[in-house]
Design a protein around this ligand. Structure first.
Ligand code: IP8
Length: 247
């Protein structure tokens, strides 16, 4: 049974401090993953203060690209640094984590449709590894390079690998409604659109609203929850918000 777990950038980094890890949070996440001993686990992590500050600095977003190789490398290098920290935290708990860098794999056409070959990730799973991917830069026709969010990677891989379980460990305990309560289940974007405000920190890929939109495109349900509920998710429970997908 394949599980895809995204660790949000706001979970594993100090989102408002450029290129700063949230080490206690990363340790907690890595402890939970290490203790769960899941077979067929793919981890994807977001950009947090490593990706988004650099993307903003070089004026790159999911839609607006750059041909400035220095900027491309700065964003990618920061994400590799964060990826190394995540892989090492997992390896320290005995998890067979290995890095996978989407910039070297994927590409986009001029409409923004992304191709991300998954055969290598599948082979890694077959060989007992835990691939750890990350939000990254991606080459895009007519734009140079744009941002590929970890959420989009989750959606692409969940479909390609026919994942049974998809979880997004976020900086909040689920998707909030207008009153600040966690919405238990979302079937349709319009029903919750008003309640989903923009992210409060620099986030070039759109915060919770974009996350929910992406997840509603999945052929399987996905679960959005906070770090306190990571153990529960890995144990097979459905904490936080269930986003129904389009089975
Ligand atoms: O935090 C964005 O990934 P996300 C990655 O999953 C970069 O949206 C490079 C900003």
């Amino acid at each position: 049974m394949t599980t895809i777990l995204k660790l949000g950038g706001s979970v594993v980094t100090e989102k408002d401090e450029p290129e700063t890890l949230d080490e206690p949070a990363l340790d907690r996440a890595a402890d939970a993953i290490g203790e769960a001993h899941l077979d067929d686990l793919v981890v994807v992590h977001g950009g947090g203060s490593f990706g988004h500050h650099n993307a903003a600095k070089y004026g790159v977003s999911a839609e607006t690209g750059t041909h400035d190789a220095v900027g491309v490398f700065a964003i990618h290098a920061a994400m590799r640094e964060l990826n190394t920290a995540v892989v090492q935290a997992l390896q320290n708990r005995g998890v067979s984590a290995v890095p996978v860098h989407p910039f070297s794999l994927g590409h986009r056409d001029s409409s923004g449709a992304t191709t991300l070959p998954s055969a290598g990730v599948e082979r890694m799973l077959d060989e007992g590894f835990v691939p750890v991917l990350h939000g990254d830069v991606v080459v895009q026709q007519a734009e140079g390079v744009t941002i590929l969010s970890g959420d989009e990677i989750v959606v692409l891989l969940a479909s390609a690998l026919s994942a049974e379980r998809v979880g997004l460990c976020s900086g909040v305990p689920g998707v909030f409604d207008g009153t600040g309560a966690v919405i238990e289940r979302i079937d349709d974007f319009e029903a919750v659109a008003d309640a989903l405000g923009a992210s409060d920190a620099t986030d070039v890929t759109g915060g919770m609203a974009a996350k929910v939109r992406e997840l509603l495109n999945l052929p399987m349900p996905a679960v959005v929850f906070g770090l306190d509920d990571l153990d529960a998710f890995l144990a097979g429970q459905t904490p936080g918000t269930l986003v129904a997908g389009r089975p």
